[in-house]
Design a protein. Sequence first.
Length: 358
Amino acid sequence: MSSYVTPVHDGLREEPLFQLEGLTKVFGKGEEKVTALQDVNLTIRAGEIFGIIGLSGAGKSTLIRCLNLLERPSDGKVIFRGVDLQTLSKKELLKERQKIGMIFQSFNLLQQRTSLENIRFPLEISGMEKSKATARAREMLELVGLPEKEKAYPSELSGGQQQRVAIARALASDPDVLLCDEATSALDPATTKSILDLLKSINETLGVTIVIITHEMSVVQAICHRVAVIDTSIAEVGEVEKVFRRPTSRIARELIFPKGELLERLQGNNYLRVVFDGTAANEPIIANMTLACQTPVSILSADSRNIDGIAYGQMIIQIPEDEQDKEKIISYLISRGVTVEEVTEDTAQNGLSKEGVK
């Protein structure tokens, strides 16, 4: 790929690819004025898979369209590879955009063109000789696992196959970054997994930075290195595993827990959220804790997640009101290397301060 890509360090690259400074986007004027983004400050590193997650209306799609100036910010800067994109001429911006590929939920394939022709089309527009563009398109079809579909039209392809063609088209121009706007939202779970596996492989083998916009935490947990939680502005940002274990914002907790799940079960304040890391996820920690502490607990909810190939589990348990029993339980769980936080109706609804995490 591009010579801009730097050597991998601890699985991630350290050099900034995108830097957003005070990014604000306002639509309309007067009474119809709507602020889609407010003072967004964010750094996306070269070579990482970065997730941007939020609920509907949080500004996710607006943010990703600002990255390549499909939407012009009302204020702030979009710096790509050290260059403020808004300072460029139209010709210079078009050249920079060649290094920013993009795929969409709706695939956006030309219905009257075959898979090969769809991939080749932007290369021909950029002036590449047809024979070279054809060779490049075939190379990309091979990369996404569809060499036998070069003569097929979009109507003859499944949704997953159409998205693979769209990915091949976006990669044909040898981009530094691939922007994915809800790229798996229209796909079934099995197809979603195959597309996410493909994106992860592309990141690992080609060094392409990938930015994923989604409203599904499972997508972020499957392949992203870091995640930004957005609600018009940035609510929190960090490594996926750390945000899952220690969500500090209301919006992050709402995405990790189904809305209302905690509130429906909480009656009082004697509750703990217990998060098992990958090394402890398969141990009977709660059963062992009950035996060691001689104190029974009630399990209100439990589930497991796969974060970058490692199993994580979380439980909400009800504990005794006795302070000594409570401290004994918390001490035991911490000694087993799990994350423990006290959960109340207020923290479930409004988020948790970092001081509340053990």
